[in-house]
Ligand binder design. Structure first.
Ligand SMILES: Cc1cc2nc3c(=O)[nH]c(=O)nc-3n(C[C@H](O)[C@H](O)[C@H](O)COP(=O)(O)OP(=O)(O)OC[C@H]3O[C@@H](n4cnc5c(N)ncnc54)[C@H](O)[C@@H]3O)c2cc1C
Length: 504
């Protein structure tokens, strides 16, 4: 499964045997970097600021840490099956048996979405959605299926993009795109129990040329729409935190939690870290360091020995916030309402509401991911503060699910405001709407090393805001270190260790 590391002439001596590498951050990027470096024979030492590993993969367990019972994914919750690096590690770590289908937005016909006529079930919404969509078009002379396509594409963008982003884009499902689609037989793509939806994922997979007729902003956003509405997304049955935990269990070097890096000084031959551990301050002088912490955290630190271009990208990389609020409920009341899973688009402050599967003992209740918001929508919820946020989510969601108001229905609430969390100060890098060349230039700059200081993390990848991106960047960083020759200050890059993007 793994790609063999090839040797190049003259590089053997230059590599100079095992290296001692300090990895900052025990999120998925830091753990994969450490795991791959050890496989190549290097020594690793992982430093993590918080008390736990996993970073933005965070499974909250209502019965207590490490306990079985209902849980909520307050960080990453799903993996598109096409994310081959992530799927590779799931298999390698023996987690294949836990892979289950992740039911996404609109996958359940009984879920809801808001229209001008109020909340409608997905199975009943098509007529209203088509009317609302067609009303905004200069001409209505399209086939019914074309309007259905446009209406569901518009509804999907509205459900996935933050409000501001959608407002700027919904006029962009333009005439040119619809004119083209009007000539394609859409009948095979009708889906849903009443066959009144269009399977956008299959349509764009079968007709990739249509993408070039999308206005540029829409085209650049389309991958996220298709990933998030795909029918081939998976999850881990017992919680996504199995991924970082299994990785950590296989790393031989120390993983020190509760050690916050507060300063980085890059020198010619070493990298000096200043670390805070409780009330103590430590200094660690390292040959090589891989920094996987988000730039939002890095830009608040004391940094020296960085060149100006690097400092610029550290300070200018844009991040979006995200908030999640989960309710531990006495019972899966939505099942009595006919909803067996998937998600509703609730709109308002709440944005998206997910119905995770109830696979455990029903005695322990069920979990509702009441609200998942990103970008400016999450900023608005963040400003409210925790108690007010929970109250707003309960109030708004009760309009759709009045069962929430029943006494004793909500047993507990857990949430996370990623934009206000000191270990991330944001949820993920955003490169939506950017042209491919600019995205790649920013990615390269983010990943560019400073002498013996290397970089990884979702922000250094071609798939930002996904686990896949964090893993991709980690494999690249491990590869760079393997082939780095400090005396020549260059990397003899040949192949990447671990699963290559092609072979995984
Ligand atoms: C709400 C939300 C939903 C998401 N949903 C999905 C999804 O469904 N599917 C998907 O694939 N991806 C999803 N993602 C994205 C995915 O979680 C991230 O891309 C990935 O986990 C990032 O990994 P990382 O290692 O780059 O960063 P992180 O996980 O942030 O790891 C960085 C680590 O560095 C530590 N650290 C920070 N500061 C310091 C310091 N000063 N000193 C020492 N250590 C420090 C942090 O505590 C953390 O452990 C989601 C993210 C969020 C926030």
């Amino acid at each position: 499964m793994t790609a063999p590391s090839q040797k190049i002439d003259g590089a053997d001596e230059a590599l100079g045997g095992p290296k001692k590498v300090t990895v900052i951050g025990a999120g998925i990027a830091g753990l994969v970097t450490a795991y791959e470096l050890e496989r190549l024979g290097h020594q690793v030492h992982v430093i993590e600021g918080s008390r736990d590993i996993g970073g933005r993969i965070h499974t909250h367990r209502f019965s207590g840490r490490g306990q079985a019972g209902p849980f909520a994914e307050l960080g990453a919750m799903r993996i598109p099956a096409g994310h081959r690096l992530t799927m590779h590690y799931i298999a390698e770590l023996g987690l294949q048996h836990q892979v289950r289908e992740f039911r996404t937005l609109f996958s359940d016909d009984a879920a809801y979405l808001p229209t001008a006529s109020g909340y409608l079930r997905v199975r009943d919404a098509h007529k209203t959605l088509v009317e609302e969509f067609a009303a905004g078009l200069p001409s209505r002379h399209y086939q019914g299926n074309t309007l259905l396509f446009g209406a569901w594409l518009d509804a999907s963008i509205r459900a996935i993009a933050p409000r501001q982003f959608y407002d700027g884009m919904h006029d962009e499902i333009g005439v040119e795109l619809l004119n083209l689609v009007d000539h394609i037989d859409l009948a095979p793509y009708r889906c849903g129990s009443a066959r009144n939806r269009i399977d956008l994922h299959s349509f764009f997979a079968d007709h990739p040329q249509v993408r070039s007729f999308c206005p540029p902003r829409l085209e650049r956003f389309l991958d996220d729409v298709l990933d998030e509405t795909s029918s081939t997304i998976v999850r881990l049955r017992d919680g996504m935190d199995a991924l970082p935990r299994q990785l950590a269990a296989r790393i031989r070097g120390p993983i020190a939690t509760g050690q916050e890096v507060v300063g980085i000084d890059v020198r010619d031959d070493t990298v000096v870290l200043r670390i805070r551990q409780g009330v103590r301050s430590l200094t660690r002088t390292c040959d090589y360091v891989v920094c996987t912490i988000p730039f939002t955290v890095l830009r608040r630190m004391q940094l020296s020995g960085f060149d100006q271009d690097k400092l610029d990208i550290v300070h200018q990389t844009k991040y979006w916030a995200a908030t999640k609020v989960a309710f531990h409920c006495r019972e899966a009341f939505w099942e009595k309402d006919g909803i067996s899973g998937g998600a509703s688009f609730t709109g308002g402050h709440v944005r998206q509401t997910y119905y995770p599967p109830t696979e455990g003992d029903p005695e322990h209740g069920a979990v509702l991911l009441a609200s998942y918001a990103i970008g400016p929508d999450a900023d608005a919820l963040s400003r409210l503060g925790e108690a007010e946020r929970n109250a707003v989510v309960t109030r708004e969601l009760s309009a759709m699910h009045p069962e929430l108001r029943r006494p004793g229905m909500v047993l507990g609430v857990a949430g996370r405001d990623w934009g206000a969390r000191r270990w991330s100060w944001g949820a993920a890098t955003v490169r939506w709407g950017q042209e491919a060349a600019l995205r790649e230039a920013e990615r390269r700059e983010a990943a560019r090393r400073q002498k013996g200081l290397f970089f990884a993390g979702e922000h250094c990848s071609s798939k930002p805001a996904w686990i896949e991106g964090a893993i991709e960047s980690a494999i690249d960083a491990a590869h760079e270190i393997e082939w780095y020759e400090p005396r020549a200050n260059r990397v003899f890059a040949v192949t990447r260790p671990g699963p290559s993007r092609e072979s995984a």
